[in-house]
Ligand binder design. Sequence first.
Ligand SMILES: Nc1ncnc2c1ncn2[C@@H]1O[C@H](COP(=O)(O)OP(=O)(O)OP(=O)(O)O)[C@@H](O)[C@H]1O
Ligand SMILES: [Mg+2]
Length: 440
Amino acid sequence: MNDRRQELLNSWASALDRAARVGALNDSKPIAIREIGIIAGPRAGALEIDAGFDAGRLLRSLAADDMALSRQFVPWAFIGQPAVYMQGRYIRVEAGWDDAQAQKSISVRQMNVRPNGSGHWLCGMNERGRAVVLHLSDNAPHFLVSGTTGSGKSVCLRSMVAQLSQRGDALVLIDGKFGEGLRGLEHLPGVVGPLAVDIDAARSALAWVVAEMVRRYEQGDTSADRLCVVIDEVQELISDPAIVEMIRRLSAQGRAAHVSIILATQHPTTKALGDDASIKRNVTGRIALRVSDYKASEVAIGQNSPRADWLLGAGDAYAVVPGQVQRVQIAYYDRREIERMLTAQPRIDEWPAFAAERMESQQAGQFVAHELAASLLCAATGAGRPTMVKRLEMRDGDRARRLYRMGREINDELEAAGAAVCLSGDGIHTGTGLSGVEIA
Ligand SMILES: Nc1ncnc2c1ncn2[C@@H]1O[C@H](COP(=O)(O)OP(=O)(O)OP(=O)(O)O)[C@@H](O)[C@H]1O
Ligand SMILES: [Mg+2]
């Protein structure tokens, strides 16, 4: 089958090359193409065209009128929408394989790649036939998985969750649509509590995770195992402000406490994650399956290209981490194989009831300016709580704890907003900033 795909791509490339050379693409003005690379991906075939200084002209004629001209040269009955766009300095044209050529089902087992280490999972096969392994890292501590109905979100999440369970990560599972997507997985090893399938349970489960994150910060427990919260159909839950607030806190502050959040939605709109931009900003990892339109694609990918609305469905996706995009066919986990892994019972049988006051007490204010300033400085310069307590000569342990936490939170927010430089820049250690707050 691979040979056939190479053959089709070669004949596509030479047809385009010939047409360009004789001026058929461009009002009889010939274009000399320097080189054409061919790429036989699992779901689509693509050409990478190096047209040098003529790139602009060639791109315009290939893309004009809904790619009318490009479509004529594809030597197979392509499915979906062909695409023409710049990639680096090459023009890239791509078209979906017909059923005879497409490789629509790639399983984790058949790829035979076992990523090592907490937070790692095999995402799928890229266009060059290579395994794409993703991991929950400082660069991409949290992921958004988007895709319209039937695009393969649940398959993707189940594969990911099963693999994270095998890596020994702790998991909290929430499903905004009655548990349709994640049902059964609560019996995977590492799952902490019951699958939360309604707003009340989701609130309680998230409150447990937030409390665990706060505990890790307070006890300086930074080597704790990774804890992943997976929320399928998150758009069903964002009518609840407490849930949005907890997701926001986890996405802003989870990273250093090894708490990751994986959100999946079929409606990636600016509203689907609440109106709060900080969630979108902090969730830097993306898996975009096919979405319904251009606007959804922008939210799903986090930028305006490539186009997730042109993907072909059933596991065809873009995996995005800051600075890198790959088209992948998501590797699925065979249902029976997952079933064999369902051997555990969650260690918590019921999530503790959600107490709104607890959230509020965690945010209690009433600190004076110099106390806040000291806590912020300690957070920004990486100094620990003992240093802060010493600087402030503080006796009230609980007050010190809350103050320290607040400093960390504000600093995380500023850092996420790109203000890290002004706080942790060197000037602050020696400049007037510190002398203003050094009251100890
Ligand atoms: N990675 C994949 N490889 C092969 N087939 C897939 C893959 N992902 C999805 N499919 C096919 O598409 C179907 C729908 O997938 P899935 O249930 O994951 O969609 P979904 O996005 O969760 O949809 P919904 O919004 O309805 O929950 C699957 O039953 C399977 O047949
Ligand atoms: Mg689903």
